[in-house]
Design a protein around this ligand. Structure first.
Ligand SMILES: NC(=O)c1ccc[n+]([C@@H]2O[C@H](COP(=O)([O-])OP(=O)(O)OC[C@H]3O[C@@H](n4cnc5c(N)ncnc54)[C@H](OP(=O)(O)O)[C@@H]3O)[C@@H](O)[C@H]2O)c1
Length: 267
């Protein structure tokens, strides 16, 4: 496939590397121009392009940018994106980072908002795994403990394509239903970033409480903002697992929670 990725940060470059390993052609863009992406090119093998070229006649487009940047994308960005090419939205709404987006505050589901802004359907995927796990923790199909990720969207064919891609990248997929159900793995829900197996993920999606998620998200974001730059991402996954009620008898996870608390206190 020819895959375009908009956003060359943690998630965009992790996906670029995976897709290149699968022999896909990958075009990658940021807001500052292809000349700023030589490091990403060297690390992943993706081809840096101007943002206006990232979505031209590609088979799949990935949007991996902060949500506040979605309305800033060029208005004609999708004019040459074939109607059959899915768009994956990896985005998450953090008011601390993105500022207040009134529609989302009023209850519009995050990826439905992105879809409205773009004027195209999107498939929500890869938003609830930390970049470090996405980069390093994929496993072959059938492996014990393989991480599962939810996929939601309103177009069955697009979801099938994304599900197959996820599998090749190293993750099981759970069909989380239409995009309107994707709140079940937005920030602040139990399914957000605990690296669950497929059985665990199915239960976590069912346990999500929509009214509780924004409060949980904001509390977590305040703590995250206090962490020192190199705080180990896998410690965050351990704490996410504890918060989701997974591995509560593993001392290592409680130690991670202690590290997190101490790091936040020291800040
Ligand atoms: N980090 C994670 O572990 C993680 C996990 C799952 C999902 N997510 C979500 O995925 C999205 C991306 O996260 P990230 O961590 O990859 O972010 P990041 O590391 O901050 O990278 C963001 C990328 O988006 C680009 N960008 C920003 N505004 C743009 C615009 N208007 N046009 C084109 N490119 C633009 C940036 O390029 P410039 O520097 O040129 O602006 C940068 O390459 C966010 O919504 C995040 O919440 C993150």
């Amino acid at each position: 496939m020819k895959i375009g990725i908009i956003g060359a940060g943690n998630i965009g470059s992790a996906l670029a590397g995976h897709f290149r390993k699968l022999q896909h052609t990958v075009l990658i863009a940021n807001s500052r121009g292809p000349e700023t992406l030589s490091q990403v090119e060297r690390a992943t093998g993706a081809v840096p392009v101007a943002i206006s070229d990232a979505a031209k006649r590609v088979d799949l487009l990935v949007i991996a940018i902060p949500m506040k940047s979605v309305p800033l994308l060029p208005k004609d960005l999708l004019s040459e994106l074939p109607p059959s090419s899915p768009i994956i939205d990896t985005g998450n709404y953090y008011p601390l980072r993105d500022g207040v987006i009134p529609e989302i505050e009023r209850g519009v589901i995050e990826s439905e908002w992105t879809s409205l802004v773009l004027g195209r359907r999107v498939v929500k995927a890869f938003n609830n795994i930390v970049a470090d796990s996405l980069l390093h923790k994929g496993l072959p199909k059938g492996s014990k403990g393989r991480i599962a990720l939810p996929v939601s969207g309103d177009d069955i064919k697009s979801k099938q394509m994304v599900t197959a891609l996820l599998d090749r990248v190293g993750f099981d997929a759970v069909d989380a239903g239409p995009l309107s159900e994707s709140w079940r793995y937005q920030p602040g829900t139990p399914a957000y970033c605990p690296d669950p197996t497929i059985e665990q993920l199915r239960k976590l999606l069912q346990r999500a409480k929509r009214d509780k998620a924004p409060g949980n998200r904001d509390q977590a974001a305040k703590i995250m903002a206090k962490l020192p730059p190199g705080f180990p991402p896998q410690e965050l996954v351990r704490v996410a697992r504890l918060s989701a009620g997974l591995d509560i008898f593993k001392p290592r996870n409680w130690i991670a929670a202690l590290h997190l608390g101490l790091a936040a206190l020291r800040a």
